[in-house]
Ligand binder design. Structure first.
Ligand SMILES: NC(=O)c1ccc[n+]([C@@H]2O[C@H](COP(=O)([O-])OP(=O)(O)OC[C@H]3O[C@@H](n4cnc5c(N)ncnc54)[C@H](O)[C@@H]3O)[C@@H](O)[C@H]2O)c1
Length: 438
């Protein structure tokens, strides 16, 4: 199959590279000329494990190329995927569909033969109808089908997720779209990944319902963690105790500082906007959004409390800034709210992140970025673990205790235990655990 991928970001680049690895002929398009120029030179615009080698292999094999020329990529393609951003619209939380609609019009202008246009971006229900209308308005003669194929990959594990998905959802309105998507995903279907065909609107709803459900699960365990702290119970044992129940499952039950990232915050808001427009209240999702927003701010207060209530003139060292490990993505990371809250209380911030510091510089002011965890901790009054990168899992806690001015470890990901911190002489404050005082 000849595929044009419009938008070469986290989703477009990974999807394009994986499709080419299956043997399809893929051209990735982006408006960002610097991004494309870098990719042509073999430089990845994002950090994603395994991506550079995958891209290089398929470029060398002649199956994957990059361009800013949308018209050339679309001409002759069997399928054109739209994988552009759908950020939150300022003010009302609705998904900003301007990039999707602009891409649809450009595709309409560029179509030269029959093609299936597939929306991979996360878009509110009904967007596929509008994409189809825009293309038909621009190209009334075009033989075009419009399908929805939402993406479920996770940053940090994106290639594995794409190649071994739990399921592939394909929303189609005609046989041609179904046949083309079947052909594109055949290599995965052979691996027994279920290819679930639905209508276009249903596929659009599935994506938002999935993200809202996962955001709910995280928020649920976060509130249970607060209860554990109040009553002297341990949330990790509670998670295990409920997660072993097959009806519940163990995933997304790790209490932490609240969900962030490029999807859950904006997608929950967009779903609420759709619900409001349709006058169908989604009260559970409303609560999830409110609880999670409050939680991110509360994490700053938790650090202040761990430092005995007054942090003016003190230094706090943060480990991990990205919203989760193995990505450089800072979008809506809890670290942003935490840094802001601590600065508002008068603390100086020092921070280290293995991959996210370049992107963090763009969204955080007055932070001293350090070369490693120990440089960040040196002479700080507390160490806060915000993101559970592997390299923070085996820190030399004795060394940390020796270089901190005050022995305070706030572990927002529960990667250490109160006992091991206490052995190093550190005062430990985890999430949903009883504080260990030494
Ligand atoms: N990031 C994730 O983990 C993830 C997972 C599942 C779904 N999604 C969804 O996928 C979509 C893309 O997300 P992302 O994180 O890859 O976004 P991104 O911001 O990383 O990438 C989008 C890219 O599209 C390009 N672009 C915009 N308009 C264009 C046009 N008309 N022609 C060519 N290129 C254009 C931008 O320059 C940018 O490089 C969003 O709807 C998102 O919700 C993201």
């Amino acid at each position: 199959m000849r595929i044009a991928m419009i938008g070469t970001g986290y989703v477009g680049l990974v999807s394009g590279a994986c499709f080419s690895d299956f043997g399809h002929q893929v051209v990735c398009v982006d408006k960002d000329a610097d991004k494309i120029a870098a990719l042509v030179r073999g430089i990845m615009p994002i950090f994603e494990p395994g991506l550079e080698a995958l891209v290089e292999h398929n470029v060398r094999g002649g199956r994957l190329s990059f361009t800013t020329d949308l018209a050339k990529a679309v001409a002759g393609a069997d399928a054109v995927f739209i994988a552009v951003g759908t950020p939150s619209r300022r003010g009302d939380g609705h998904a900003d569909l301007s990039y999707v609609y602009a891409a649809a019009k450009e595709i309409g202008d560029a179509l030269t033969g029959p093609a299936v246009v597939v929306t991979k971006s996360t878009v509110p229900v009904g967007t596929g109808d509008e994409v189809e209308r825009l293309i038909r308005e621009t190209a009334p003669e075009a033989e075009v089908s419009v399908a929805s194929n939402p993406e479920f990959l996770r940053e940090g594990a994106a290639i594995n997720d794409f190649k071994h998905p739990d399921r592939i959802v394909a929303g189609v309105e005609d046989m041609r779209a179904r046949e083309v998507l079947e052909a594109i995903y055949r290599p995965l279907n052979l691996n027994k990944a279920p290819l679930l065909f639905t209508t276009r609107r249903t596929a659009e709803v599935i994506k938002y319902a999935a993200n809202a459900f996962l955001a709910t699960k995280i928020t649920f365990i976060n509130e249970i963690a607060d209860l554990c702290e109040a009553v002297g119970a341990d949330v990790q044992s509670v998670s295990r105790g409920i997660g072993l129940d097959n009806r519940i499952g163990p995933k997304f039950l790790h209490a932490g500082p609240g969900y962030g990232g490029s999807c859950f915050p904006k997608d929950t808001l967009a779903l609420l906007k759709t619900a409001e427009d349709e006058q169908v209240p989604l009260r559970i999702v409303e609560s999830v959004v409110k609880v999670n927003d409050a939680r991110k701010r509360a994490m700053g207060r938790k650090v202040v409390k761990a430092m005995n209530g007054d942090i003016r003139g003190k230094t706090v060292a943060l480990l991990g800034l990205t919203f989760k490990p193995n990505t450089d993505d800072m979008r809506d990371s809890p670290a942003i709210s935490i840094v802001q809250a601590l600065q508002d209380e008068g603390a100086a911030i020092r921070a280290y992140d293995p991959e996210g510091m370049e992107q963090a510089r763009a969204v955080m002011d007055d932070v001293e970025f350090c070369s490693d965890p120990y440089a960040a901790a040196t002479a700080a009054d507390a160490l806060v673990i915000v993101t559970e990168w592997d390299e923070f899992r085996a820190l030399d806690l004795d060394r940390i205790a020796g270089i901190l001015t005050q022995p305070v470890l706030v572990d927002l990901r529960n990667i250490y235990s109160p006992d091991e911190a206490a052995r190093a002489g550190l005062r430990y404050h985890g999430i949903g655990q009883v504080e260990k005082v030494v």
